[in-house]
Design a protein around this ligand. Structure first.
Ligand code: DNO
Length: 356
């Protein structure tokens, strides 16, 4: 596996490439053209400039997170073909730039959902948190304003203010879309993009829905083992793969994370590894990566990745805000660096104990 960190680009991130380079064992970043909107074609020059900047800092561009999918594609609107053509053009340019991993999601309207971006934990750190009772009391329009005061000035991925302004229209778009329809729209999208993925050897890695159930009555499909295996089978091409995100699948305690990993052998192209601490089945917070700080056995998760021969990029996921850092919630330097070091430590121990 290759240890990486997510990086939003020098114009958007408080963390620098030079800082990332000093985290032991981190050799690459996962990045994006953060100022592109879903549906835009990514220009080759812009992709090459991003890659060059990263490589000049002594790191590799290990993949893209995310090339976002336009809502017209997810909702299966008549104009979806035009947006799929644009997506293919972007993949074509990524392929020409020798980039072989694209993370994306197929969540209607919202990307991930949290009710708090800065819940204070007993040690004084602040973390992202989710409480179902709080969601039940909100209507979707209030969701964005309820968290927007805590973003530390950052635009949160998936919560871009100009999209959120049109939230009512976005909800209308999905009025007739249920889980089955969403599966069909995803199949159509994948079938159309697989030829360009085959041509350039681009691994598509779908990110799970977070939380892994329906919010505000919207359809959600990438939530459990059964659905993800269905998705792998419905477009049975190795380039149709997954981002295994422990923190997203783990929101549903019924998901057995190591078992899911083992069932996806050969199809996990990217891994996000983080812990969650459950206070009740409907309230969780994003703890430190260490097993003892949360509810998951991180050793078992890393062991399952090792057992399936995982060789792709991996990244620590959301970190706590600690040591006075001010950054995009979940994406500061310090706690993610601790997470990377910890995950690397687990991996080294697993590797060595298997070689004996
Ligand atoms: C949250 C992230 C997601 C993820 C997208 C992938 O912090 O894990 O926003 O990047 O769902 O498209």
């Amino acid at each position: 596996m290759q240890m990486t960190l997510r990086w939003y680009g020098s114009r958007f991130d408080t963390v620098t490439l030079q800082q990332i380079r000093q985290i032991p064992g981190v050799t690459g970043v996962i990045s994006t053209l953060y100022d592109t909107a879903p549906g835009d074609v990514w220009e080759l020059d812009a992709i090459l400039a991003l890659k060059k900047e990263i490589e000049e800092a002594g790191l590799s561009l290990a993949g893209i997170e995310s090339v976002n999918v336009h809502d017209a594609i997810k909702a299966g609107l008549p104009e979806c073909d035009r947006y799929i053509d644009n997506y293919i053009a972007t993949l074509e340019n990524l392929g020409k730039a020798d980039i072989h991993l694209v993370c994306y999601n197929f969540m209607p309207v919202f990307d991930w959902t949290r009710t708090e971006l800065a819940r204070v934990r007993p040690d004084g750190s602040t973390v992202l948190a989710y409480n179902q009772e709080a969601v039940d009391k909100l209507n979707p329009e209030e969701m964005f304003s309820s968290i927007s005061g805590d973003t530390n000035g950052a635009v949160m991925p998936g919560w871009e203010p100009d999209r959120m302004e049109h939230i009512k229209e976005l909800f209308d778009m999905y009025r007739d879309v249920d889980d089955e329809k969403l599966f069909a729209n995803l199949k159509y999208f994948l079938e159309r993009i697989m030829p360009v993925c085959d041509k350039y050897d681009i691994n598509m890695a779908i990110h799970p829905d977070d939380p892994a159930w329906s919010v505000f009555g919207l359809p959600r499909i990438i939530i459990n083992k059964e659905n993800i295996l269905r998705m792998m089978k419905m477009v049975d091409n190795p380039h149709n793969g997954v981002t295994f995100c422990s923190g997203s699948y783990g929101t549903n305690l019924k998901n057995d994370l190591p078992d899911m990993i083992r069932s996806l052998k050969g199809r996990i192209h990217f891994a996000h590894v983080r812990n969650l601490k459950f206070n009740s089945p409907t309230d969780f917070e994003e703890a430190a990566h260490l097993s003892s700080d949360g509810s998951f056995d991180m050793y078992e998760i890393m062991l399952a990745l090792y057992d399936i021969g995982f060789t792709g990029p991996i990244r620590p996921d959301h970190g706590r805000m600690i040591w006075g850092e001010v950054a995009m919630p979940g994406y500061g330097l310090y706690d993610r660096a601790l997470g990377a070091a910890y995950l690397n430590g687990l991996w080294e121990a697993i590797e060595k104990s298997h070689k004996k």
